[in-house]
Design a protein around this ligand. Sequence first.
Ligand SMILES: Nc1ncnc2c1ncn2[C@@H]1O[C@H](COP(=O)(O)OP(=O)(O)OP(=O)(O)O)[C@@H](O)[C@H]1O
Length: 612
Amino acid sequence: MTKPLRAAWPEIALLAVLILAPVVLPPLGFSVDLLSRVLNWGLFGLGFDLLFGLTGLLSFGQAAFYGTGGFVAAYLLVSGSVGSVWLAFLIGTLAAGVFALLVGWLAVRRVGIYFTMITLAFGQMAYFMENSPLSDYTGGENGIAGVPVPRIGFGESAIAITAGWPMYILLAVVFFVGFVIARRIARSPVGAVLRAIKENTPRVAMLGHDVRAYKITVFVVAALYAGLAGAMLGSFQSYMPPDAFSLETSGQLVIQTIIGGAGTLIGPVVGSTLWLWLRDNLQLIEGIGAAWKLILGIVFIALVIGLRRGICGEIVYLVQRRRAARAAKAAPERPATGRPAAAPALALPLASPEGASGEVALEAVGLSRHYGGLKAVDDVSFKIRKGTIHGVIGPNGAGKSTLFKMLLDEVRPSHGEVRLFGKPISGLGPSRVAQLGVAKSNQLNQLFLNLTVRQNLRIAALARRRGALRLDMLRPAASFPDVEEQVERLLATLALTENAEKEAHVMAYGEKRRLEIGMALATSPNVLLLDEPLAGMSPAERLDARALIKDIAQSRTLVIVEHDLDAMFGLAQHITVLYEGRLLADASPEVIRRDPAVHDAYLGGLHADEPA
Ligand SMILES: Nc1ncnc2c1ncn2[C@@H]1O[C@H](COP(=O)(O)OP(=O)(O)OP(=O)(O)O)[C@@H](O)[C@H]1O
């Protein structure tokens, strides 16, 4: 098989299934109506899977957009406001998207269960609106009957796409196109960022991506799919049912996606195939009666327990595991220490060279952060000169990490401000500060653990290349030659080339630490903050990491927090000492080494065993 054909195998397989389904499935109890409903739910599920499976945002209010698309289209058609069914589909879909813009704008301000609850509340509000204040338009409990079907062609010769196989074909075509688009979105730079948001949202922001905007985008995309599915529902049933807006609709979508396999795109349609087939056929079995709901519930629980990733999710997992095992077998033996003898020197571009002309790169001005009565950082001022390695030391709890978080604006100062090349950056948020050229590697690794090493670095590099937000949803994530080149160079510098296709969670600790630094570096920062880069490393790994840090420092300003004072005195040109949140000293390493106050701080603190 040629490469493009191999890459398109899911589309080819789907096409084959859609063509064969009308032949193979009817003898198994699938009527044409059931197959059409399966595809309608599948279309609805494609958008939801981008939102939930890919991005990790669980919405319990998708019925609001399904209903909006459906009722707007049905009303326009039945009232005669719009003559073309196609145009009504389009308006219904867009109406769902506009509604989602409002809901999403509010909902993405919260995460986890709070996000889910906001979507649920909006779903319920939409259901109420449909049944009461807007019942003149929606028909209230009666829904809207007599929704016409679309026609192909003009005038007398136009062919109506009637319920039955013509409607199946239309739904199959729309589902196929929807799948192709959803898959392209998932493989695009936007898809890469969404996947990273699911893995570790704060890190995505720290790299410079506008997390909130990406979340709103995927929320709207999911609603567009829901709106189109809703609009088509009324047409193929000749009736727009009021329960399109109900909580049960949202719940069923979640259930079907989980059964089929979230994050696989094809999972929701597989889930709806099983769910709707069981539902229709269980009711026909004599003696079961109303107990079919109970049986469905038991099937759901059994599937969730037995197949944690859903039907398609488990298949994808098994295939990936086999592929990884084969790759591991084929991989050559790895050297004992990570870093190759002659790693290529780093020649990564800077974020904004024009802004890097000032003498002082970063400046803390009266910086304080108070947690209630605790002064984690208290009135600290110091300057970091451009092109130097600047160390920040202090005993445990001195406030170093809090100070670092304020330098990237992860934590807002209680008082004072941070200036980057003379301009205040406090209050801008980590994403904008990252875009201005400040990056940070964390004390505790913040990797995208279920993504490969290459994907981790690519997502970081894309933040610099594409800016905080770009809606390039239809091009592949790996289609920026300069980004790919930069990732390749970084892999070599970090001695991670051999592990490029491995998921980050399987890496050794030292390798994870290097990747953590590499991700910060991939954003091409002017100022790089390294929070305890040597923590937890073996002596050999420390030597490697020190050499790497020296390499990095050739082209940018480095600020390092580190407990390894030997390493710090060897690396830094200037050292700031914090003690109990306050600035104790700020001078060259030679002066700091002889400073009795620093000796006292360390000897009196938890680091009495460390050389001062
Ligand atoms: N979010 C928070 N809420 C309350 N207190 C906090 C918070 N973050 C930090 N602190 C407190 O602020 C003080 C300084 O913490 P910080 O982590 O900045 O110190 P540190 O110098 O980095 O310590 P270590 O070397 O152990 O990492 C500590 O007493 C810590 O408990």
